[in-house]
Design a protein. Structure first.
Length: 271
């Protein structure tokens, strides 16, 4: 169980300490995700260069790997960053965008997970199912499945590689071992904004920068972005204004607002 007051403590810590979150991300979402991190209170850094990535990783408190527009050079830079982060005990959050849609989009995330560089994997149901061995292929970067369909794959990945697995959807699932948390905040208009899932990943990383328990960090990141989406949708006329309102909502979020987080937890046995 994660009380809203605990989420508030960690959010205040992010705003106070402004942890550096380094992102090796895709060209579509760089500006949006950087601004979301700033609105939350964290400090973003972006790179794609193998020549500086290890040095920057040394200075960060959380690392994001996002395979949304992958190149072989970027994958190599991700290897260098992830290996350095693992050595230094820095949490690594992986966003396997479009996993299964092409060879590089499935091979690179699987390699990172297999080498146990990854602390948290956050993807939609189709992406998590592809990583878990499902034969189905996603439609580009969009999910064709609900989060519940990916529960078995998430449990398998978590048990096999010791990472937390977050499945985003109408309801978000956070899986660690046999622990499962379901988060019900969010709004359907979030699916109409490019980079919303990627922004969720960066918020998970921001909370992982101040919270050692990655299960809790993933839950807090997903709850906060879901709640921000829910509240900003009510203030917006469409997805364009909602993208701006989302950042304003994250910036102004307070302890009272966090009381609106909705979640339930369970511990599976004999699954």
């Amino acid at each position: 169980m994660i009380k809203y007051s605990y989420v508030w403590e960690r959010l205040e810590q992010i705003r106070r300490e402004k942890p550096l979150v380094l992102s090796l991300t895709n060209i579509v979402v760089t500006n949006f995700t950087a601004n979301v991190l700033l609105a939350l209170g964290a400090s973003p850094a972006m790179t794609k260069s193998e020549h500086e990535v290890e040095e920057l990783t040394t200075h960060c408190r959380a690392l994001v790997l996002n395979t949304g527009t992958p190149t072989m050079d970027q994958v190599h830079a991700m290897r260098l960053a992830a290996a350095r982060a693992k050595k230094l005990g820095i949490p690594v959050v992986l966003d396997p965008v479009g996993a299964g849609a092409s060879k590089i989009r499935i091979d690179a995330p699987k390699e990172f997970i297999r080498k146990e560089w990854i602390s948290v994997v956050r993807g939609n149901a189709s992406e998590i199912m592809a990583l878990g061995g499902s034969q189905g292929r996603p439609r580009g970067v969009d999910s064709l499945h609900s989060s519940d369909h990916a529960l078995d794959a998430a449990l398998k990945l978590s048990a096999s590689y010791g990472c937390v697995v977050c499945v985003s959807g109408e309801e978000d699932l956070i899986v660690s071992g046999q622990r499962v948390m379901k988060i019900s905040n969010g709004h359907k208009m979030m699916t109409l904004i490019t980079g919303m899932g990627c922004a969720s990943t960066t918020l998970v990383a921001a909370f992982a920068a101040v919270e050692k328990d990655c299960f809790k960090a993933a839950a807090m990141g997903m709850a906060v972005i879901g709640l921000a989406g829910e509240l900003s949708a009510d203030l917006s006329s469409g997805p364009g204004s909602m993208a701006v309102s989302l950042m304003d909502t994250l910036y102004s979020m307070d302890e009272k607002t966090l009381e609106k987080i909705r979640y339930e937890t369970e511990h599976l046995s004999g699954h």
